[in-house]
Ligand binder design. Sequence first.
Ligand code: XMP
Length: 509
Amino acid sequence: MIVVIDFGSQYNQLIARRVREQKVYCQIEPPDIDIERLKSLHPEGIILSGGPASIYEEDSPRATPEIFDLGVPVLGICYGMQFMVDALGGTVSGAEKREYGFARLQIRKEDALLAGVGQGTQCWMSHGDSITGLPQGFEVTATTENTPMAAAGDPARGFYGLQFHPEVEHTPKGKQMLKNFLFSVCGCRGEWTMKAFAEEAISEIRNSVGDKQVILGLSGGVDSSVTAMLIHQAIGNQLTCIFVDNGLLRQNEGVRLKKIFTQHLRMNIDYVDAADRFIDALQGVTDPEEKRKIIGKIFMDVFEAEAQKIKNADFLAQGTLYPDIIESQSAFGGPTSIIKSHHNVGGLPEKMKLKLIEPLKFLFKDEVRELGETLELPDELVWRQPFPGPGLSIRVIGEITAKRLEVLRRADAILLEEIRESGYYRKLWQSFAVLLPIKSVGVMGDKRTYENILAIRAVTSVDAMTADWAKLPHDLLGKISNRIINEVDGVNRVVYDISSKPPSTIEWE
Ligand code: XMP
């Protein structure tokens, strides 16, 4: 295993991901980790992450210099390299200005870290201070135009430093460098699997929960489902999942999810049918943000009332993923992370004095799906497309009525059926129908119609930050359109949304 010491860089979780991609287990620890604890982890190597601080600042984060006496290789990245150089007797000087952006790497000496990297490769720089003197035993191995000590190493002790970020996509050969560190320098074997991650996480949950109760807001999405599965395997019925049916779900979704979780997975599910409360409160509301506010507030009220009923509940579990915390990351990571304000249960833990359990917080979506498969979560849940908390309310554009919701639900069900049938479901990030608040003229049989327009949205994406409209085959689009117009009363025209994000968004509201 590899320990990443987290000096607060926005990229530190990415380092962990890159290591895990090589099938080497990796754990992130704070800079003040106790040396005895570090030893007990038996790392094959240590990576010192980058960070926003300057080594000169009085309260800049530091790890104990004893980490350099453990006899294990150390790779310092950016601030991590500067910390290492400073701790081992080299010098770091304040730079006049920050170096930020691309640079070309000139290799002066191909050591174990830089093997196979090649001359002139691009690397991503983002640092203020610069190294001006190396500790004894170190040698410069690469330079860039502005950074005479872009890479350095002391192979005898297994210490290496990179002034740039090998973990980001902007450093295309970064993966090679990390691989070199893991396999050539540290001697890792690359045999770690998601099964091992699950076992670790389960035992950690067991230890921290003890005999207390855990509650979890279950939406049926892959994140909350995998979290539930993991915690259920750890503590069984000490977990209660609260599922709030807000009446804004897709066709048959609530019933179907309830059945899978209670009958198939045998979990303790508190299913709350609060549809009327939500729908009533949304009467006459057309503004999307207003819709979100109303839904968020009622959700909190309903969830809190249910949670109060569970005695001895000390913990709240959330399926927070790494991309959820990436922008709201606290300075030095650590076990507590800031909850995004738009999160459905944001605010609850403080209000109810619950401790948070976030077992997926270092994982990306594709890793969560892999974990779900490892835990034998049904495919239907593992491969579920993301669905927004406010549900269909933001897909009935304008005012929401029971009738309009029903029209959308039926059209959406047909769309999904065809998308699944065609084999596109897993290839798309999301695919759904949107009911527009305008009518158009049509002709059915011999009769003139004046009915709703329905839009189809299908996008590809890796993280929802950007998205492209999906190039679905025309005959598939034709079939969906035909079926919807013929089978759903109230729709006489179907259009396909061909906008990408940005400048559009995935949802219409
Ligand atoms: P946009 O529309 O901003 O959506 O491109 C990005 C992703 O977020 C989902 N989404 C939401 N999820 N509450 C949620 O839980 C919301 O209010 C919300 N709005 C959008 C959207 O479905 C897409 O996956």
